[in-house]
Design a protein around this ligand. Structure first.
Ligand code: DNO
Length: 344
């Protein structure tokens, strides 16, 4: 495995030099943030980012995310041009040595939480989700750090309206159409596409969500067998779905999991959860069992510690501060070292 750390580009308050000091850090997971969704990422911008990473002694082999334009998800006629643009971005990324692209196919909204700073007994704080609170939220007025937000309120209204005609099957067909359109570019560039699961893995505000567990994984592989069609195994997103057996999934799909987001959840209701420190004992997901299953399944992908808490007085970007993610990386390194040596 290759340990990585998410870095939000030059606007990130965490310097690359700090990231480099975390043990076993091979590189960063980053993105070009100032190109409108749907347009081609110019090679100059990609090269600039790559130069910064090189300068810090960090690789830039994973991009999270190249966002997918809503017209592609909606299957609108403009999608063919947008898919060509996406393919051009893939080729440009391939030129600088990118190996893996994390993306998602969630309509309109990316990950959702209802509180960004839930305070724990020890004084740390983390993200949390309450289903009851969510049901009371106004979808037209939601913002989360890290979202690719590019629409006005009117556009958002329009989008929500258009999705009223899109069900799960249609959305899945549109995903397959997209993947078939970009696979030739992936073959050429040697880039793996790693879809991020829907977070949380259920429908939101009447919008369909389709990447929710093992059944979706099987369906995707069957529809697009090309090896460049793979997964970002996000333990926290999939783990919010109480029916998902994460160690079993990790073992079964290890050779299609190109990127693993590892984080912990503490359940506090049928659908509710609070994010916790990475340690297995800190929550309800068997982080040790998941790593062990990845290793024994033959996983060779990238890993990053996902959402951390705010600890030691840090007031970081929710989920993306330095300290707890660094602790997470150290813990995950230990799990991999131990399980790899044991031959899992
Ligand atoms: C949240 C992240 C997601 C993820 C995208 C991938 O913390 O895991 O925003 O980057 O869904 O496209």
């Amino acid at each position: 495995m290759k340990m990585t750390f998410r870095w939000y580009g030059e606007g990130d308050s965490i310097p690359l030099s700090y990231i480099k000091q975390i043990p076993n850090m091979s590189g960063v997971v980053t993105a070009v943030y100032d190109v409108p969704v749907g347009e081609v990422w110019p090679i100059e911008k990609i090269e600039r980012l790559k130069k910064l990473c090189d300068g810090a002694g960090l690789q830039m082999e994973v991009i999270e995310s190249v966002p997918v334009h809503e017209d592609i998800k909606l299957g609108k006629p403009s999608r063919d041009r947008l898919i060509r643009n996406y393919a051009a971005t893939i080729r440009n990324l391939g030129k600088v040595g990118v190996k893996c692209i994390c993306y998602n196919f969630m309509p309109v909204f990316d990950w959702l939480r209802t509180d960004l700073k839930t305070v724990a007994k020890d004084g740390s704080n983390s993200l949390s989700y309450s289903h009851e609170t969510l049901l009371r939220l106004d979808p037209k007025n939601l913002h989360l750090p890290g979202w690719d937000e590019s629409y006005t309120t009117e556009e958002l209204n329009g989008l929500l309206e258009q999705y009223r005609h899109i069900g799960h099957e249609q959305l899945f067909e549109n995903l397959v159409y997209f993947l078939n359109g970009i696979m030739p570019a992936c073959d050429e560039a040697g880039i793996d596409m790693a879809i991020h699961p829907d977070d949380p893995p259920w429908d939101m505000f009447g919008l369909p969500r389709i990447i929710t567990g093992a059944k979706s994984y099987d369906k995707m592989i069957q529809a697009v067998p090309n090896k460049h069609n793979g997964f970002t195994f996000c333990t926290g997103s999939l783990g919010a779905g109480r029916d998902n057996d994460l160690p079993a999934m990790a073992q079964k799909y290890a050779d299609r999991i190109y990127f693993a987001h590892i984080r912990q959840l503490k359940y506090c209701g049928d659908k509710d959860f609070t994010e916790a420190g990475h340690l297995t004992a800190a929550g309800d997901l068997d982080i040790y069992g998941i790593v062990r299953a990845l290793v024994s399944g033959g996983f060779h992908g990238y890993v990053r510690p996902d959402h951390g808490r705010n600890i030691w007085g840090e007031d970081g970007k929710p989920g993306y501060g330095l300290y707890d993610r660094a602790l997470g990386a150290a813990y995950i390194n230990g799990l991999f070292e131990a399980t790899e040596r044991d031959g899992a």
